[in-house]
Design a protein around this ligand. Structure first.
Ligand code: NAG
Ligand code: NAG
Ligand code: NAG
Ligand code: NAG
Ligand code: NAG
Ligand code: NAG
Ligand code: NAG
Ligand code: NAG
Length: 747
C-alpha cells in the first residue's frame, strides 16, 4: 500500500519562555503532551489567522469575549513566534466549525500554553462561531524553536486527506517507490477512486507532485483496461480540472458524487497515472550513490539544515558562491519549483523566518513569485536584494513531498528510555529468504552511522551514536547481523553504507551492539570567515611570555629545543567567532565531572579537541598546526532577543546557545598557529570546528573554514576566506590550487 500522510495538520508548541525574552529551547519536552495550536481561515498568512486548538481529538476555536493582546502573546509564542502584534475578533478570518473550546480566556502573560490561562474551562462557552478569535504574530521566529508545521496552502485539507496508487501487477507492489497505478483518494469516510472523464496530464502532474515525484508521464491505458473492467469501481470524485500548478488535489476544481455511485462516470473508468521519479528514487539509484550523489542537492540549488530528506533551507548558487532566499512572499508554488528541481514532488510546506536555520553567506533573491510550472527557481520573477531588505532571520525553507520508500520498516530501535533512542535492529534475510531482526556490531559505530540510522527511522538527526548499549534492556534479539558499518553520512538507509561481507565483531555480546539517540534538532557551528580574514597578523612573542602556552602544548615541537627564556616564537594570530546557527544548543559531550582543570589559564576544558588550526601546503600536508588543546565554551554574545546561557567562569555551564557565538579574540593565549618553522610561500590556512564530529551537528560540511594565505617572511595576508560549503565545487578547486601558484599577486 502506498500511504502518505499529507499536511501534518498542526502546530505543536514547545516550552515557551518567559514573558518578553525569547529564550530558545534546548531540551524540548516530549511532544505527546503538548497542546496543538494552529492558524487557519482566510485570508491567512503563516503568522496570522483564526486560532484553533486540538483537544480531545477535535479541533475547535476560541471565543473573542475578554480576549486581549496578552492572550495573543501566549498563543504566538506557543506557535514559535517571538510575540503578537495584534489580535482579531468577530471571526475576521472566517467562522470555524465544531467546538468552541475556550471562552473568557485571561492570560497573565507568563503562561507557557494557553491552557494554563484562566478561562471558563474546556468546551464551556456561550458563544457562536461569529465570535471566533484570531491572532497576528510578529513575523520573527524564536531562535531554536522546535520545528512545527504551518499549513500554508489555501486548500481545504478535510476534503481529501491522502492519495495513493494501487498497482495492478503484484510484482509492482513490492518494488518501491510505486510510480504507476490506479489513483485512490482518502476522504473522511474512506478510500475512493477518481473518475477519469475529462482527465488531463495536468491532473497527473498534481498527483505525482503529492506522491513525491517531480514529473508525470503517459500511461498505457490499454494495459489496465481489462483489469479495470473486471473490477468493481468505487468512485467518489469526478470532473477533476487541475491547471498543473496546484500543490494539492484539493486545490483543483473537482466534484464529489455519492460514494460508490457509478452513474457519474458513465463511459469513464478509474483514473490511472504514471509518475517519473527523481534521480534519488530511481531503482538504479545505487549507481548514483557510488558517484557520491548528494541528497538534497542539485547543481545550482540545495537544501541545508533540514532533519529529513527533502527538507531544509533553500540555498542557490550564483557567481560560484552559495546564498539564501529571503522569505517575503515565499509560498507553496515557489517552494514546489524548488522541490521538483531537486527531484522531489511538490512542496508540502513553505517555511519562512529561518525555520531550518540561518545561512551565513549572501542573500540573493527576494519576493520570489513562481507560478509553479517553472523548471528552475531562477526562472521565476524575483527582486534583487539590497542590504536593507533582508536578514538571514528571514531565510526561506521548504519541506517537499517525497516518495514512500518503506525504508523505515527495515530498521527499528528497542530498549531505550524513549521512542527516540535504543539499540539498532535491522531486518535481514537468511539464505532461505526468512526475514528476522538482528543487531549491529558497535565497533566503529559513530555519529555518522547513527545519523543514517536516525534518518532511516524518520526520527531526524542523531544526537549520539553509541558503541555500547548494555544499560538498555535486551529484547530477545541477540544475533549480530551486520558489522564494520561505515557511512559517508548522506545515505538514506544503512544498507547503502559499506559493511563487512561476513560478520566480524570482537565483542559479540548484545551489550556491545550499536545504539542511537535521535533528535529533531541539533546544533550547527560555523566560523565567521570574514572576521578571521580581517584580524590576522604576525606576532613575534618572547618566550618568557609563553610558559603557560608551552604547558598547554600550544607551540610547535621545535619550541622544546629553544633557549628558554631567551628568543621568541613567530605566531600567526587571528580571532575566531564561532556561531551556533543550528536549532539546539551546542554542548560538550563530556559531563562536567570529566572536565579538566587548567591551572595555568585557570579554567575548565570541556572538550579535548574542539578545533584544529592548520597551515597546509600545495599537496595538503600540514606545515604548521595550532595546538590549542581545548576551549572553554561559552556565549560571548547573542543576536538580539536571545539571552546568554553559558558562561565559562566559576565552573559554569559550558556550551553555545542557538543564536549566540563564542569569541576567541586574537590576543588570548593559544589563539594562534606557531609558524616559527614555516618558510615564506603560499599556503592554505584551515580551521576545523568539532573536527572529530564528537558532538552532533545538522551539517558538518560547514565546519571547515579555509583561506588562501601568503607569507613573505615578514608579513601575512589572508584572502578568499570562506566556510567549507560556500563555494561551488569548481571555485573550490581553483581555490585549492593557490599554494601551487608561485609568485602570485595578492588580490
Ligand atoms: C521571568 O521574568 C521575570 C521578570 O522579567 C523574572 O523575575 C523571572 O525570574 C523570569 N522567570 C523565568 C522562569 O525566567
Ligand atoms: C465503496 O466500495 C469500496 C470497495 O467496494 C469499499 O471498500 C468502501 O467501503 C465503499 N465506500 C462506501 C462509503 O460505501
Ligand atoms: C536509471 O534508469 C532510468 C530509466 O529507468 C534512466 O533514464 C537513467 O539514465 C538511469 N540512471 C542511471 C544512472 O543509470
Ligand atoms: C539583479 O541584478 C543583476 C546584476 O547585479 C541583474 O543582472 C539582474 O537582472 C537583476 N535581476 C532582477 C530581477 O532585478
Ligand atoms: C533452509 O531450508 C532448508 C530446507 O527447507 C533447511 O534445512 C535449512 O535449515 C534452512 N536454513 C535456515 C538458515 O533456516
Ligand atoms: C521476541 O519477542 C516478541 C515480543 O516481545 C515476540 O513477538 C517474538 O515472538 C519473540 N521472538 C522470539 C524469536 O522469541
Ligand atoms: C563576522 O565578522 C564581521 C567582521 O567583524 C562582522 O561584520 C559580521 O557581522 C560578522 N558576522 C556575523 C554573522 O556575526
Ligand atoms: C608534500 O610537499 C612537501 C614539501 O612541500 C614534501 O616534503 C612532501 O614529501 C610532499 N608530500 C607528498 C605526499 O607529496
Amino acid at each position: 500500500l502506498f500511504l502518505l500522510l499529507l499536511f501534518p495538520c498542526c502546530l505543536t508548541q514547545t516550552t515557551a519562555s518567559n514573558t518578553t525574552s525569547a529564550t530558545p529551547t534546548s531540551s524540548p519536552q516530549p511532544r505527546t503532551d503538548r497542546l496543538k495550536v494552529r492558524l487557519t481561515g482566510f485570508p491567512r498568512k503563516h503568522n496570522e489567522g483564526r486560532v484553533e486548538l486540538f483537544h480531545k481529538g477535535e479541533w475547535g476555536t476560541i471565543c473573542d469575549d475578554d480576549f486581549s493582546i496578552v492572550n495573543a502573546h501566549v498563543l504566538c509564542r506557543q506557535l514559535g513566534f517571538v510575540e503578537a502584534t495584534g489580535w482579531t475578533h468577530s471571526a475576521k478570518y472566517g467562522k470555524g466549525s465544531g467546538k468552541i473550546w475556550l471562552d473568557n480566556v485571561l492570560c497573565s502573560g507568563s503562561e507557557k500554553s494557553i491552557e494554563q490561562c484562566k478561562s471558563r474551562g474546556w468546551g464551556n462557552s456561550d458563544c457562536t462561531h461569529d465570535e471566533d478569535a484570531g491572532v497576528v504574530c510578529k513575523d520573527e521566529r524564536i531562535p531554536g524553536f522546535v520545528d512545527s508545521n504551518v499549513i500554508d496552502a489555501h486548500v481545504d485539507e478535510n476534503k481529501i486527506e491522502e492519495v495513493r496508487l494501487q498497482p495492478v501487477v503484484v510484482a509492482a507492489k513490492k518494488k518501491l517507490p510505486i510510480t504507476e497505478g490506479v489513483v485512490e483518494v482518502k476522504y473522511k469516510d474512506g478510500w475512493a477512486q477518481v473518475c477519469d472523464l475529462g482527465w488531463t496530464i495536468k491532473n497527473t502532474r498534481v498527483l505525482c507532485g503529492m506522491l513525491g515525484f517531480p514529473h508525470e508521464r503517459k500511461v498505457n491505458k490499454n494495459f489496465y483496461k481489462l483489469f479495470l473492467e473486471r473490477q468493481k469501481s468505487y468512485f467518489h470524485v469526478h470532473s477533476v480540472a487541475c491547471t498543473g500548478t496546484e500543490v494539492h488535489l484539493a486545490a483543483c476544481p473537482l466534484e464529489f458524487s455519492k460514494p460508490n455511485s457509478t452513474s457519474t462516470c458513465v463511459g469513464g473508468s478509474p483514473a490511472v497515472i504514471s509518475c517519473m521519479p527523481g534521480p534519488l528514487f530511481m531503482q538504479n539509484s545505487t549507481l548514483l550513490f557510488q558517484k557520491r550523489f548528494k541528497s538534497n542537492y542539485h547543481e545550482l540549488l540545495m537544501l541545508k539544515g533540514g532533519a529529513r530528506l527533502g527538507e531544509g533551507r533553500v540555498e542557490v548558487l550564483k557567481d560560484s558562491e552559495w546564498g539564501t532566499v529571503c522569505d517575503d512572499r515565499w509560498n507553496l508554488p515557489s517552494a514546489s519549483v524548488v522541490c521538483r528541481e531537486l527531484g522531489f514532488g511538490s512542496a508540502k510546506e513553505a517555511f519562512t523566518g529561518a525555520r531550518m536555520g540561518q545561512g551565513m553567506g549572501p542573500i540573493y533573491m527576494n519576493e520570489v513569485k513562481c507560478v509553479g510550472h517553472e523548471k528552475s527557481i531562477w526562472s521565476c520573477p524575483f527582486r534583487n536584494i539590497t542590504s536593507e531588505d533582508c536578514q538571514h532571520m528571514e531565510d526561506a525553507a521548504v519541506r517537499c513531498n517525497i516518495p514512500y520508500m518503506g525504508l523505515e520498516n527495515k530498521i527499528r530501535i528497542t530498549g531505550g528510555r524513549t521512542q527516540n533512542e535504543g539499540r539498532v535492529e535491522v531486518l535481514s534475510a537468511d539464505p532461505n529468504g526468512t526475514l528476522s531482526w538482528g543487531l549491529i556490531c558497535g565497533e566503529g559505530w559513530s555519529t555518522k552511522e547513527a545519523m543514517v540510522a536516525c534518518r532511516q527511522l524518520g526520527l531526524g538527526y542523531a544526537n549520539q551514536g553509541l558503541q555500547e548499549t548494555w544499560y538498555w534492556d535486551s529484547s530477545n534479539v541477540t544475533d549480530m547481523v551486520m558489522s564494520g558499518v561505515k557511512c559517508t553520512g548522506s545515505e538514506l538507509s544503512l544498507s547503502q553504507c559499506q559493511h563487512h561481507k561476513t560478520i566480524s565483531c570482537q565483542k559479540a555480546a548484545a551489550k556491545f551492539s550499536a545504539g542511537v539517540i535521535c533528535s529533531e534538532t541539533v546544533s550547527d557551528l560555523v566560523l565567521n570567515a570574514s572576521l578571521v580574514q580581517q584580524t590576522v597578523y604576525i606576532e613575534d612573542r618572547p618566550l618568557h611570555m609563553l610558559y603557560c602556552a608551552a604547558e598547554e602544548d600550544c607551540l610547535s615541537k621545535s619550541a622544546a629545543k629553544a633557549n628558554w627564556p631567551y628568543g621568541h616564537r613567530r605566531l600567526l594570530r587571528f580571532s575566531s567567532q564561532i556561531h551556533n546557527i543550528g536549532r539546539a544548543d551546542f554542548k560538550p559531550k563530556a559531563g562536567r565531572h570529566s572536565w579538566v582543570w587548567h591551572a595555568c589559564h585557570a579554567h575548565y576544558h570541556s572538550m579535548d579537541i574542539f578545533t584544529h588550526y592548520d597551515l597546509l601546503n600545495a599537496n595538503g600536508t600540514k606545515v604548521a598546526e595550532g595546538h590549542k588543546a581545548s576551549f572553554c565554551l561559552e556565549d560571548t554574545d547573542c543576536h538580539e532577543g536571545v539571552s546568554k546561557r553559558y558562561e565559562c567562569a566559576n565552573f559554569g555551564d559550558q556550551g553555545i546557545t542557538v543564536g549566540c557565538w563564542d569569541l576567541y579574540r586574537h590576543d588570548i593565549d593559544c589563539q594562534w598557529i606557531d609558524i616559527t618553522d614555516v618558510k615564506p610561500g603560499n599556503y592554505i590556512m584551515q580551521v576545523v570546528i568539532n573536527p572529530n564530529q564528537e558532538v552532533a551537528e545538522s551539517d558538518f560540511t560547514n565546519n571547515a573554514m579555509k583561506c588562501n594565505c601568503k607569507y613573505d617572511g615578514h608579513r601575512i595576508w589572508l584572502h578568499n576566506c570562506h566556510i567549507g560549503d560556500a563555494f561551488s565545487e569548481e571555485a573550490e578547486r581553483r581555490f585549492e590550487k593557490y599554494p601551487g601558484q608561485l609568485n602570485n599577486k595578492i588580490s
